[in-house]
Design a protein around this ligand. Sequence first.
Ligand SMILES: [Zn+2]
Length: 231
Amino acid sequence: MGKSGGWRIQVKQSTNSIQVDISLNLAICNSTINKIINLNQLGNAVAKQLKNTYQVSYLKETCNFEIVRSGLDNFPSRSMALPVRKLVTVSVRVQVRIISRANQKTDNEHLLNIVPDAGEMVGVYGRANDIGGNAVKLNVIFVSNIIKGLDRNTIPHEFGHTLGLLHVNSHYAYGNDPRQYFPVKKQHTKDSTNVMFSGDSRYMHDATSTAIVPRQIDVIIDNYRSGNLNK
Ligand SMILES: [Zn+2]
């Protein structure tokens, strides 16, 4: 597991179900001179929007393993895979702490930092520091739309990058993690509302690009288990 971020993921399997608990410890900081923003309201919006996108349930084709004893001397027991359909339920918990300077973020937190509309952030809504990273910058001029719920994409999208998610329509995903790539035909079906379309895609809409697919949940769990999150 990574050492310096706020994502924790637990997966509990039973015979018929899989419970995925995703939790985020988040420090929120306003590094601009605009002190009108209500950071508690922003924290509530972040929690609500992450739940809206990632708190899903679906059926998954998988296997239970059963030990079958041979009953004969010299013949070992063997493990048998029995196909089963399990109900996957993902729950999301977000714990917010308001800080006054970005360097007050602790090792078990992610940072959400409000920054001026300047430099690399001119006209940019938000930016994750890395795929699997531990910090997201938000452009101050777009924060009020997030609090109002007019923009329900930027938060789950940028935090999606910190969960290791790539743009579903990018050649980079196609080349580096084909599981995450949506072929053009898939892009304009019910999957057109996916949260991880790039900003220049015609399917990207602030208010409605919020959906996630089961395969992306699989990717997130794999990333966590292999230590590729909280970097
Ligand atoms: Zn992106």
